[in-house]
Write a protein that binds this ligand. Structure first.
Ligand SMILES: NC(=O)C1=CN([C@@H]2O[C@H](COP(=O)(O)OP(=O)(O)OC[C@H]3O[C@@H](n4cnc5c(N)ncnc54)[C@H](O)[C@@H]3O)[C@@H](O)[C@H]2O)C=CC1
Ligand SMILES: O=P(O)(O)OC[C@H]1O[C@](O)(CO)[C@@H](O)[C@@H]1O
Length: 385
């Protein structure tokens, strides 16, 4: 049986990556700091995924165990030494914290003279996630170890798409997911192109796929979430049923569609069909998704290469319309959610400093005109709230 080590036994880890690895005949060592989940994985060695659609079909995942990296990092390193594949779905900000474990696993493989190649795939909502993880791992390797990794360890970028909301079940392992799923991997960055998973798509260049996904699913979902919060809603379902918010979603997607059709080979019609499907996925009544999940970590989401600022920059450069995205950024800056540390930090910064200084800091923008536009939009939204 092939072996996989997967970091992050959370929603996407159990609800998507776990399903795919198990269906391809892998045993899975899930690595997490959540003792309840790890203990349950070890006690049972299996769990169920439920499809959030009529019939609520169940998918059974077996041959799994849990490794607690807080209590037993040495077991994680040992598992990496023996594994055929490493994947992560842990959140972009956590990648630097697991990098030392992956580095130690690579060192162990080198020490035993292991010539087996290995791919490490970060499945995060992030452009260049695996290559970012590679940089973090290489910080913990000396020159000889890096030379070994250059030859034997691949870090292919990937895009994963499946909506998995926060779970509310008695069973800590149960996970309800939308039926739609898409996992795309950059084949050109793989060290083991022979190890291909059924149902995963391998492409020579990931950029069009990750940008189409991030600037449709993630820009769109976040638009519904922040506009919804601004209008006082709590769930995505409530927000998207409001015609004004649906119009905001359509406006945002129309702008990113324009960008994607200029940047890549997709036709406008293809993109429209893709984005209509995305909008219908947000309307799935079998899923109950909180705005606070989709809007989580607003400082990250306002980042330079993230789902709003990146398309706005590119649209501006091309002289194309970005007014709806800008309007939404104005609302993101008003996002006030006491349970979200980044929201608390953002609102604190806006109290301490000028809006101009905060926008510069969180977006990384240097374009004075664009910064002024964002600040004006923020002031307008604040006044109208
Ligand atoms: N939920 C979704 O619909 C989708 C999520 N993603 C991406 O997948 C990643 C994970 O998201 P979710 O599964 O939703 O989050 P989640 O919060 O359900 O899962 C993350 C898991 O990582 C664990 N974790 C946190 N810090 C850790 C550490 N230092 N060491 C080991 N484990 C640690 C947590 O305990 C948790 O179980 C994110 O990058 C997200 O953007 C991508 C596509 C869809
Ligand atoms: O995980 P992030 O980057 O905070 O964003 C949440 C996003 O993840 C998804 O669940 C799947 O990509 C989207 O529905 C949502 O926009």
């Amino acid at each position: 049986m092939m072996k996989a080590v997967h970091f992050g036994a959370g929603n996407i880890g159990r609800g998507f990556i776990g399903e795919t690895l198990a269906a391809n005949g892998f045993s899975i060592d899930f690595v997490d700091v959540n003792a309840t989940i790890i203990d349950a994985l070890n006690a049972r060695g299996e769990y169920d995924i439920e499809l959030a659609a009529e019939g609520q079909e169940k998918i059974h995942v077996s041959n799994v165990k849990g490794l607690n990296n807080k209590d037993h990092p040495e077991l994680v390193v040992a598992a990496i030494e023996e594994t055929d594949l490493v994947t992560t779905a842990i959140g972009p900000k956590i990648l630097p914290f697991i990098a030392p474990l992956i580095a130690d696993g690579i060192k162990g493989r080198q020490t035993t003279g292991d010539k087996a190649k290995l791919d490490v795939i970060a499945c995060e909502n992030m452009i260049g996630g695996s290559q970012f993880l590679k940089q973090e791992v290489y910080k913990h390797l000396n020159d000889a170890e890096q030379a070994y990794a250059d030859e034997y360890i691949g870090f292919p970028n990937a895009a994963v798409d499946r909506i998995v909301p926060i779970q509310h079940h008695e069973d800590p392992l149960a996970v309800s997911v939308e039926p739609f799923k898409e996992w795309v991997v950059d084949e050109s960055q793989m060290e083991r192109p022979d190890l291909k998973l059924t149902s995963v798509e391998y492409v020579p260049d990931l950029e069009p796929y990750i940008e189409r996904k991030l600037f449709s699913v993630n820009t769109g979902h976040a638009t519904v979430a922040y506009t919804g919060k601004y209008k006082g809603y709590t769930t995505i379902g409530e927000a998207i049923a409001d015609p004004e918010i649906f119009k905001q979603l359509e406006g945002a997607l129309s702008e990113t569609r324009d960008l994607l059709s200029h940047e890549f080979d997709f036709t406008v019609d293809e993109l429209k069909a893709y984005q209509d499907k995305v909008a219908s996925r947000f309307q799935n009544t079998y899923i109950s998704d909180d705005i606070s999940r989709v809007a989580r970590t607003p400082i990250r989401k306002l980042g330079y290469d993230e789902r709003f600022i990146r398309p706005i920059r590119s649209l501006k450069e091309k002289g194309l319309d970005y007014s709806v995205l800008l309007d939404t950024v104005g609302m993101i800056l008003t996002y006030d959610e006491p349970a979200d540390d980044e929201s608390v930090k953002l609102q604190g910064l806006l109290k301490e400093k000028s809006a101009d200084a905060v926008v510069r800091e969180v977006t990384g923008l240097k374009d004075d005109d664009l910064i002024n536009e964002i600040v004006a939009k923020y002031n307008e939204k604040l006044a109208a709230k």
